[in-house]
Design a protein around this ligand. Sequence first.
Ligand SMILES: [Zn+2]
Length: 260
Amino acid sequence: MPETMDNKWFINYLACPKCKIAFTIKELKASCKRCHNTYPKIDGIWNLLYSGNVSKKSLAEYDKMHQTTFGGPNDGSYEILATIARGNKTVDIACGEGLIEKLAPETVGVEFSLNALKKAKKNGAKYLVLADAQNLPFLDNTFDVAISAGSLEHFPNPQKAINEMARVAKIQVLTVHKPLPIPCALTVHKLATKLLHVTHQPIEQPISEKQLEKMFKIAGLHIVFKGVWTLPVNYGKVIKILPELKNIPSCSFIISIKNG
Ligand SMILES: [Zn+2]
């Protein structure tokens, strides 16, 4: 099926995830005239995964988790993020099962799990791409806003993911899990995941505020707002014996804008 007029703007902003230049798009195939890689559109979802940084094991494990409903916190976070997304040209990095898109269907959802994307589509998402957050398949300055909710801490190279958010959008809105407010939190985290042999996705590597600030600076972003988001922490999804922790300062909440 050819693209409809309605989503022409969307395909015009797609870019080779490696070369960041516009594709030549013919119906269900996108090809790059520089690297000659080709990418298909399957069941309404562009498959633009350029696997430079993606571990096959992580992808397989994460995809498996999304065979059943993975869900997300039911604390109103998604309503707030959808309100920020709505009415703007917004991209949601690592959109999972489309919990923002369910409330703001015009948002472009990026995700590297096909199972999650299929659920996002059922949830009403209109614009979905299978892609790696560290190699976004969009032209520079495509979006007003890039949202990343609880995903940065899962990426092998979070700096590269922030650089990409800075490249494609003017404003960045992120929630990022930070170390738990206990002594030696990062050491405890590392030890626990090692002992339980959880080394793959979706286990997270919490990022401290200081580390984040450094990363944003490197990406050429100016942090305008920095706060704390009491997003529930549910390690039980990965390590069954652990409970859900509520009302703790679990995440940094950051809004930034591109310099210049
Ligand atoms: Zn290319």
